[in-house]
Design a protein around this ligand. Structure first.
Ligand code: ZN
Length: 138
């Protein structure tokens, strides 16, 4: 377990100041310091969508325009398809499960990962429009 914590720390250090850092951590896309979500854990479903209005560090407004995160649905479609294809390849070709059970595996994977897919999609969506600013990070 400790090795995973250390590995994660090193990977995040490597990704710092890239868009991937903000996408995977849910931090502000401008400064990478403030949290975007009220609840860090996406599996607390009742708080899944609740976000701060502004970044606590740099003051960036997250909801850039009304219904801004509506567009994240398009991203979540793409993320969902990518996860489905990956699940099918792993279960059918690598593990060798029957085709019908592979589709069951896809459904289960999407059901289990849906809070993460929603969060990642929102993070990708805001990172399309907002860039990292080194000055704001200080
Ligand atoms: Zn910020």
């Amino acid at each position: 377990m400790l090795i995973f914590v250390m590995l994660k720390k090193h990977i995040m250090q490597f990704l710092k100041s890239t868009k991937l850092y903000s996408i995977f951590t849910g931090k502000c896309p401008v400064c990478h310091k403030g949290e975007m979500y009220l609840e860090k854990n996406p599996y607390k479903i009742s708080k899944l969508m609740e976000m701060h209005d502004h970044c606590s560090h740099c003051g960036k407004k997250f909801k850039i325009e009304p219904s801004f995160f509506f567009g994240a649905m398009y991203v979540s479609y793409g993320v969902g398809v990518a996860i489905s294809v990956a699940t099918f390849i792993i279960s059918y070709f690598i593990i060798g499960i029957d085709r019908n059970y592979s589709f069951l595996a896809i459904i289960l994977t999407l059901a289990i990962l849906f809070p993460l897919i929603i969060r990642i999609s929102r993070n990708i969506w805001i990172n399309i429009f907002v860039d990292f600013d080194e000055k704001a990070a200080k």
